[in-house]
Design a binder for this molecule. Structure first.
Ligand SMILES: *Cc1c(COP(=O)(O)O)cnc(C)c1O
Length: 383
């Protein structure tokens, strides 16, 4: 017998507003200083926890046909779900996958010269974008000697189907003068190489992430040479690349995270709450149990620190976050009762708490908060 749990009786779930993702895309494009820009949607890590196939299909309906993922499993999953267009794998795939890459018409980032050598040995002439390291020192061929890099790209273009080159900016989201200077240096290193390979007529030259596109993509001669493609990630989902970053008007998080109260009880003063006895009631309190825990991605560092939202009010997390449950103080929220929905991330009657805000409370970045929401949390779409 198959038993299905009613979708209305949810435990811990996210709601992804696909319309907001499209809205974010349109507002982002509108705010670029240069028009005629192509968007490569970065949908790695299951579209930052928003569901890669669903997001890709929605974006495709709105004209996006370039996608980037982190690894070959993600790329194969997308192709199998019917995603067309270019799919660039930004990270390493074992060279033994050459056949799969070629058969599924995937594009592989070339992370190093050694990797290019290996991949070039296969008979499949895999479609590739050359990664250029302009200062992040993560992946890519060195850019210190542009002639050497350019010659290397030309040499590999015989055995690999090189369709693009790219680099990655590591401080494009930070407004300090020294970081701006660093970014400009990265861009000029990239340009020096792209200038030298013009004869290859590569269709895909790209160097901007979400923040870089808004801050450095300008309609001048310098920028014409380094491509008109933005690899748009975090801002598509409505979050800030850095806490200091100011998003264009109208860009909003597309995801909210919800859960329910499983029980409410009155606890007298002087009682301990939860594992480790880390909280003691100062007065008689109404305590509610919520059905989300650290196994859902609600981080344990929020013990005695975080809160959930109920009808625009904050209910503080008390005691330690458990694997599957948290305890909250609802003394001042009389409507709290079994089955009532609570909001972990989102907007509740004007009270807004985003993944960026939760990240601030955790000492991390919004990217990590949304990627940390686990598979156990069901995802629903609003469209
Ligand atoms: C993740 C990633 C991006 C997207 O960055 P955002 O800050 O989310 O826009 C772009 N390029 C590369 C190489 C990446 O790894």
């Amino acid at each position: 017998m198959e038993i299905k749990v009613d979708q209305e009786e949810k435990r811990s779930w996210t709601e992804v507003d696909l319309r907001q993702i499209i809205e974010n895309l349109e507002i982002y494009k509108h705010n670029l200083k240069k028009q005629d820009v192509q968007i490569m949607a970065v949908i790695k890590a299951d579209a930052y926890g928003h569901g890669d196939a669903r997001v890709a299909h929605e974006l495709a309906k709105h004209g996006v046909n370039l996608f980037a993922v982190s690894n070959i499993d993600e790329a194969v999953g997308l192709r199998n779900s019917g995603v067309k267009g270019e799919i660039l794998i930004l990270g390493y795939s074992s060279p033994t996958y050459a056949k799969t890459l070629s058969y599924l018409d995937l594009t592989q980032a070339i992370v190093s010269e050694e990797y290019a050598e290996e991949l070039a040995k296969s008979n499949y002439k895999v479609k590739c974008h050359m990664a250029i390291d302009t200062g992040m020192n993560r992946v890519g061929i060195p850019s210190s000697e542009p002639d050497v890099a350019a010659n290397m790209i030309k040499r590999f273009s015989h055995n690999l189907n090189i369709t693009g080159i790219f680099t990655h900016l590591c401080v494009a989201d930070i407004k300090l003068e020294e970081d701006k200077a660093f970014t400009r240096k990265q861009l000029s290193k990239f340009k020096a190489i792209s200038d030298r390979i013009k004869d290859l007529h590569l269709p895909y030259i790209h160097c901007y992430n979400s923040a870089g596109g808004l801050s450095y993509l300008e309609d001048n001669d310098f920028n014409k040479e380094i491509g008109n493609i933005v690899r748009l990630g975090i801002i598509l989902y409505g979050l800030k690349p850095d806490t200091s970053y100011i998003l264009p008007e109208g860009i909003k998080p597309a995801m909210s995270w919800k859960s329910v109260i499983s029980m409410v009880k009155i606890v007298p003063a002087g009682e301990f709450i939860g594992y480790g006895r880390t909280f003691i009631t100062k007065h008689e309190s109404r305590i509610a149990t919520v059905t989300t825990g650290y196994a859902d991605g609600f981080r344990r560092q929020l013990s005695n620190k975080g809160f959930v939202m109920i009808n625009g009010k904050k209910a503080p997390v008390i005691g330690s976050v458990c694997m599957d449950q948290i305890l909250i103080d609802v003394t001042n929220i009389p409507e709290a009762k079994m089955g009532l929905k609570v909001l972990l991330i989102g907007e509740s009657n004007g009270l807004v708490y985003t993944a960026n805000d939760m990240a601030n409370d955790l000492g991390t970045i919004g990217y990590e908060v949304i990627c940390d929401i686990t598979k156990r949390v069901q995802r629903f779409y609003i469209e």
